[in-house]
Design a protein. Sequence first.
Length: 255
Amino acid sequence: MSFNVRQSKAKEVDPNNSWTNRKDACLTMLRETMPDVVGFQEVQMGDQWPFFRDSLRASYDGYAIGRRDGKVKGETSGFLYCLTKLTLLEHGTFWLSETPEVPSLSFDEKYYRSATWGVFKVAKSNRHFLYINTHMGLTYKSQVEGFKVILAKLSEINPNGYPVVITGDFNVPMDHDAFATARQTMNNAIEVAEKKVNADGPTYNAWGNEHKYAVVDHIWLSKNVKCLLYVTDNKPYVGHEFISDHFPVIAEFKF
């Protein structure tokens, strides 16, 4: 699952959309869907990450660092994973910049952008895969160059050539130039899934503003990964038509 939660510091026009009022709905969604791994975007390290981590501690563990300082400041693209399904073997974070090893701004982007990764072993099969979660920039240059950084990092963090899953809010549609190179070795789950649910709707819902609807949240899979199911989860939870300004997107796959 990829889920842009909408950061808690945002000043919402409708108070119903404030983090305080919808955080329990977000938690309910996760408890009902129970993803094996969920990658977050816009989660603030100070309040949102501890909320999810601590609330789901009985079933999940996770990894996250703040993208502003590599420690605790700002948003994170951290992930949680199900303890009974997966074992985390390695993990790390890099920045979508010209100096990816340290917190840094680059490529005309005004916000820090990072990617968080983990190598997992699947309990049922003992097979391994590399998982990467990210939140890409808002400018064309940062989008194209940022995804190049992700692809360049694959040989370093995936020397064994494990199947790769990349989730995130990419801020661009699936036919964007940023993905041109990736398409040589990867598929977008929404395009190749054997079964699709709500795949014709937006992933960015803009709190119901139809003029801003867009499909910018994606799940990319190595071509040796078979996608069984893709879902844009646009259901209401706990009386909230929208639990965030993005819908969670989910893929079920095997390799």
